[in-house]
Design a protein around this ligand. Structure first.
Ligand SMILES: C[S@@+](CC[C@H](N)C(=O)[O-])C[C@H]1O[C@@H](n2cnc3c(N)ncnc32)[C@H](O)[C@@H]1O
Length: 250
């Protein structure tokens, strides 16, 4: 698709998604069903995610550099929230790359669309997902990224089985999650809603994915003090290479 055709297509898709999202938001009282944010108003959740003291704790530039995002990449920010990462991702992959702002909360993806437009960032595409399906373009994504989101998924194994079908060959899955025993994480979520690196390793192995990188930018003294964020692990996975055919000698 030519850059102009692609941009037009994106704008059209965004408009359709947001129109549907608005209707659903009205039907749902602005809340996605069944999340632990059920009792929080959308505006209040936006305010919490955009807190100025939270943003340094996201280490956005460091994350972009760890992910080695390149112009032309398609990156899906799954559970994008207010798009704190999405918009910088979009700038990192511009002009022909795309950042997909994926969330189950219509009010939030609408907010990200508005924020991107106000910042004149044209390569952000809001996408309304369901809890079990990020609804990405099949075989269309270079990097699927989750920050403080993956623990919200109910059936993590089934979700990963589906997610890998949305990746391009060589595509990567990057996950940043709270340390299971971190005191802040314990305050935020009950044990069933937190996950460990070991659990993730098993789920990834079951879909044929291998650990490629581990970054410690959210660990110990690297975790910005005062940001009110728990220590977090940051891992990147991609598909295990297919075994080479063995040579048979008679
Ligand atoms: C704690 S916020 C993190 C937002 C953003 N990643 C950040 O760090 O600024 C979690 C977000 O994940 C979204 N979410 C929860 N479950 C989800 C799911 N199954 N699929 C996609 N998004 C989900 C929520 O609506 C919310 O916007």
């Amino acid at each position: 698709m030519s850059p102009i055709g692609r941009r037009g297509f994106m704008v059209l898709c965004g408009a359709v998604v947001l129109a549907g999202a608005r209707v659903r938001a009205q039907q749902q009282g602005n809340r996605p069903p069944g999340t632990h944010q059920d009792n929080t108003d959308g505006k209040e959740w936006i305010r919490r995610l955009e807190r100025s003291d939270r943003i340094p704790g996201l280490k956005i530039d460091d994350v972009i550099s760890c992910l080695n995002l390149k112009p032309g990449d398609v990156v899906a920010d799954i559970g994008a929230g207010t798009g704190a990462y999405t918009i910088p991702f979009a700038k990192a992959v511009a002009p022909l790359g795309l950042a997909l702002a994926v969330d189950i909360w219509p009010e939030l993806i609408e907010y990200v669309g508005e924020k991107a437009a106000a910042a004149h960032v044209g390569n952000v595409q809001p996408l309304l997902a369901s809890r079990d399906d990020p609804r990405l373009p099949p075989r269309g994504v270079d990097v699927a990224f989750f920050h403080d989101v993956f623990h919200n998924v109910n059936d993590r194994q089934a979700y990963l089985r589906l997610l890998v079908t949305y990746l391009k060959p060589g595509g990567r899955i990057a996950i940043i999650e709270q340390e299971f025993d971190d005191p802040i994480a314990q305050k935020w979520d009950i044990p069933e809603d937190r996950i460990t690196r070991e659990q993730l390793q098993d789920w990834m192995a079951n879909v044929g994915f291998e650990l490629r990188s581990v970054f410690d930018i959210f660990q110990g003294a690297n975790n910005p003090p005062g940001a009110g964020m728990p220590a977090r692990w940051f891992v990147v996975y991609s598909a295990r290479p297919a075994p080479r055919p063995s040579l048979v000698i008679d």
